[in-house]
Design a protein around this ligand. Structure first.
Ligand SMILES: [Ca+2]
Ligand SMILES: [Ca+2]
Length: 510
């Protein structure tokens, strides 16, 4: 038996295994069968219906069809969330580009389907057009996930859970995103090993290691190791580092503890354990913003820090060149002016020529009692969805399963291990921190849906140097709850057939 045949068998067994898990109540059934078992399925016979086998056999050859993927072009968000991980023209000496090529080749060689990639600045516009016109031109669309909630409500997206040939419980789909963002337990968009956009957009902190050493500050790595990486410690370090070097008040030549922007405050709040809303077991959002005295203290403390003149440089408040203020802040960090800066792992390349040493560190916990870290993905990051233009998603579901599964084997590990850890990180601790950061992903459905612009309400206050007032949030509270109620009901039913009126007379089709 040649290697290709063995791989095909393993794959068939894996697909068979995953399709069985979907209808199997036994949690012990393995997702991935042991390689030695591939000739004899390890699942129990009563789970193996002939239909399951037939379905798997049916998709062993896709007849050269293409999985058509569309994403955001380089004009959007300075290109940070474009997909460079779906399609490539030829193999490359670059490990990541080569992994992209390998995945494409594996799809062709093992299942005989190709991949095409197109992009545009505003995929959402095309999606609306395609859905309105019933144009089946794109299979998978990547777009900023922050806006996909509205697209789902408008009926533009398919519920991934309705695609019978996809099993969202597989490890190549992001289980945190699915759990945190599936209103009414419906999943219209998510992320996973299909792409590294979510890894790129996962926001953490970078710190200037040389500066920390020169200013005799504690090692953030040791603080993490000793469970002392807390809000108090983080802000204390920022204050200790800040220095008005020319004695004339804050300007761009000064050293500050942290560069940030007002819009970063929900990420800090999530890091200290506060969300706008959470989902209950039915997937119903519950508005949780500032619902305890602790939460109010956290908001006042976080916002108070973010407006601390001289300690923090808020790119939304203080003069920064017009345009890419985020890039401006990172350039300042790279030139040794800021102790901390924030960003996804997509910005690490910008520190490659930095003279000082830098490291990666989690967002701080509120205190040592907080049980875990929380890191979220920038809402501008591309997640994937399926435009609601398809009647039959059987074949498409299988292709997404396989493309994602191959991403788990090739794309994600190459990006994390070879690129981030080996090429760009400067020390082994950064690699450990990345593992910690990646394993603590969380999403706030309230930030995502932003009912009554509750996110903007706080951001505007911070931008103008004020701590957001509780009264402002209280004023919109009842309206937010009402909107949640309405959206939940819409979400339950969107895209589902309305039960036929038994009294209605149906005209026969011509
Ligand atoms: Ca990913
Ligand atoms: Ca100054």
């Amino acid at each position: 038996m040649n290697a290709k045949r063995i791989l095909a068998l393993i794959l068939t067994a894996i697909l068979l295994g995953s399709s069985l898990v979907a209808c199997n109540d036994n949690p012990d059934t393995p997702d991935t069968p042991d390689v030695s078992d591939t000739d004899t399925p390890s699942s129990t016979p009563e789970d193996t219906t002939p239909e399951d086998k037939g379905l798997v056999l049916d998709v062993t050859d896709f007849g050269g069809t293409n999985l058509r993927v569309h994403g955001m072009s380089m004009e959007r968000n300075y290109g940070y969330y474009s997909n460079d991980d779906i399609w490539i023209e030829s193999d490359s000496a670059d490990p990541f580009a080569s992994a992209v090529y390998k995945r494409m080749q594996d799809c062709i060689n093992k299942y005989n389907f190709g991949v095409t990639y197109t992009d545009s600045q505003w995929p959402n516009k095309e999606r609306s057009e395609y859905v309105a016109g019933g144009l089946d031109l794109v299979d998978v669309m990547f777009d900023a996930w922050g806006g996909m909630y509205n697209a789902a409500l408008a009926g533009e997206l398919l519920d991934l859970k309705d695609v019978t040939t996809m099993d969202l419980s597989n490890e190549w789909y992001d289980q945190n995103a699915i759990a945190d963002l599936s209103i009414a337990n419906r999943t219209f968009y998510t992320c996973g090993d299909i792409s590294i956009t979510d890894e790129k957009g996962l926001i953490a902190l970078y710190f200037n290691k040389t500066m920390a050493k020169n200013k005799s500050l504690e090692s953030p790595y040791e603080l993490v190791a000793n469970n002392q990486w807390t809000w108090d410690k983080f802000t204390e370090m920022c204050r200790a580092a800040a220095e008005d070097v020319n004695g004339d008040g804050l300007d761009e030549d000064d050293i500050v503890g942290m560069f940030t922007v007002s819009g970063h405050y929900p990420n800090f709040m999530l890091a200290v354990g506060e969300k706008y809303a959470t989902l209950d077991a039915d997937g119903k959002p519950e508005y949780t913003w500032l619902d305890t005295s602790d939460a109010i203290t956290k908001l006042e403390t976080v916002a108070g820090f973010m407006i601390e003149y001289g300690t923090v440089y808020n790119g939304h408040t203080y003069p920064a060149p017009a345009g890419n203020i985020w890039g401006y802040g990172r350039a300042k960090f790279a030139s040794g002016k800021h102790l901390f800066t924030f960003g996804g792992s997509n910005v690490i390349t910008e520190f490659a020529d930095m003279e000082d040493d830098f490291g990666i560190i989690p967002m701080p916990k509120w205190n040592a009692e907080q049980s875990r870290y929380y890191h979220t993905v920038d809402t501008s990051t591309a997640f994937f969805c399926l435009p609601n233009t398809k009647v039959d998603t059987t074949e498409l579901g299988y292709m997404i399963e396989y493309f994602s599964y191959e991403g788990l084997n090739t794309i994600t590990p190459t990006f994390k291990e070879k690129m981030l850890k080996r090429r760009y990180a400067q020390d082994s601790e950064s690699g450990d921190m990345l593992d910690l950061i990646y394993s603590s992903k969380a999403f706030d459905i309230g930030h995502n849906c932003n009912w009554n612009d509750v996110v903007g309400l706080g951001r505007t206050q911070i931008q103008t140097g004020r701590i957001p007032k509780l009264s402002g949030f209280n004023r919109v509270k009842e309206s937010v709850k009402k909107n949640i109620e309405e959206d939940y009901l819409d979400y339950l039913n969107v895209g589902k057939e309305v039960p036929a009126d038994p009294d209605a007379v149906t005209e026969p089709a011509e």
